[in-house]
Design a protein around this ligand. Structure first.
Ligand SMILES: [Fe+2]
Length: 400
């Protein structure tokens, strides 16, 4: 069951919930079947079963839970094998698969929160050293079309619809902020300098008594170490800092005289192209930062290729047109933007995906090593409260 915390679910509950979501939207909603377990909605519907009560339910045990998931999958496969598979059901299968992807990632950071061993069989443990990548790149101004168009494949409701955003020229870092760069802020006393923090950020820092990123241990013998899962490891200094809250990213920026990009800036740097001899943003949007080729491990570290962030100089084949590296994969990147609806937003059938969270969260972009390539599209908007430091979150910055 794991610890009872606001930021995690009981592990057993979360696994059952993934199966329930599949069953609810595919077998029941799309195909009209009746529930496989009569009380399933009272156990696993995240919209109606309050977080605090999830530890007190009469859940099936581990083998019963996995049997339920296997049963759902078998019935889904039977439907998918039929020639009369209804077209409207396609969306809900895609939704349920992506929902599972999100919970797979959540289970990975829950293992970190709970100090469990790393997930077995996922990711190569030995990430090749690639070193640092410093400096900014210029992105010209222009009109950026933020949001999805009807020509795109599967999208979430919060990406609807494309709308123009005017961007001024800006300079953005080619790489995310590294552990080495973040350590300099910690060593300069950044966590004790009130002026570097917003009011809400300082209140968070005081509440947490934060002195450094959550899993870092006090520096000793000239070395920074951190807890990873159930063990202690040396910090990889050229890898991006991860498990930092938006407040910490914001404070680092004030210290370094930098700022976070808006989500429109982030996206333009990731999938925009220059036109007019570099004076304007072109109208095109690339499919991926590097173009149209399907992602490989040379482009991006996601789908658990490695079970850790790579150094920021890795994955050079994945550079954007402006030379930004690792816009996808490795670590999620906090943006300056609040999570708000785009013009024309209307909730999709899974109504609680975006709507309840507008206005109270910050947008993250780009996915991390534990994100599936299905989720980590450049247009995908992740969103978390600014105090969350248990997720795979880092950041990259712009010049002031
Ligand atoms: Fe869920």
């Amino acid at each position: 069951m794991g610890l009872k915390l606001d930021i995690v679910n009981p592990v057993l509950w979360e696994i059952g919930h993934v199966g329930w979501f599949h069953e609810y939207w595919t077998l029941r909603f799309s195909h009209g079947q009746s529930p496989l377990i009569a009380r399933a909605d009272d156990l696993w519907n995240s919209s109606t079963v309050a977080h605090d009560t999830r530890w007190n339910l009469d859940l099936p045990d581990r083998s019963g839970t996995f049997a339920y998931l296997a049963n759902v999958l078998e019935l889904q496969c039977e439907h998918l094998a039929r020639c009369d598979f209804p077209n409207h059901a396609r969306y809900f299968y895609q939704l349920a698969i992506r929902h599972e992807d999100m919970h797979v990632e959540a289970l990975a950071y829950m293992r970190e929160t709970l100090a469990y061993p790393p997930p077995r069989g996922l990711g190569e443990r030995l990430a090749p050293a690639a070193g640092a990548l410093t400096g900014d790149t210029d992105v010209p101004g222009g009109t950026w079309r933020l949001g999805a168009t009807k020509a795109e494949g599967f999208i979430f409701d919060n990406e609807k619809w494309a709308h123009p955003v005017e961007l001024k020229p800006f300079r953005i870092a080619r790489a995310a902020v590294t552990n080495r760069e973040f350590a300099a802020f910690v060593e300069a006393g950044g966590y004790r300098i009130r002026d570097l923090w917003s009011d809400a950020g300082w209140a968070w820092r005081e509440r947490q008594r934060a002195e450094r990123p959550i899993y870092w241990q006090p520096k000793s013998d000239q070395r920074w170490r951190w807890r990873r899962y159930d063990r202690t490891e040396d910090l990889q200094l050229d890898a991006p800092v991860v498990f930092v809250s938006w407040y910490e990213a914001d404070a680092w920026c004030r210290w370094a005289k930098r700022r976070l990009p808006t989500e429109a800036e982030w996206e333009a740097a990731a999938i925009g192209e220059p036109s007019d001899g570099g004076r304007r943003l072109a109208e095109v949007k690339r499919v991926w930062p590097w173009g149209e080729a399907e992602p490989t491990r040379d482009h991006a570290n996601f789908d658990f290729t490695y079970d850790a962030p790579l150094d920021v100089a890795a994955c050079s084949a994945g550079d954007s047109a402006f030379g930004c590296r690792q816009m996808l994969g490795n670590v999620w990147e906090w943006t300056a933007s609040d999570f708000t609806p785009f013009p024309g937003f209307a909730a999709d059938p899974y109504q609680d995906y975006s709507q309840p969270w507008f206005g109270r969260r910050k947008v993250l972009r780009g996915g991390c090593w534990a994100t599936s390539a299905r989720i980590a599209r450049p247009g995908y908007r992740n969103f978390f409260p600014p105090d969350r430091n248990d997720i795979f979150s880092g950041f990259r910055t712009c010049a002031l």
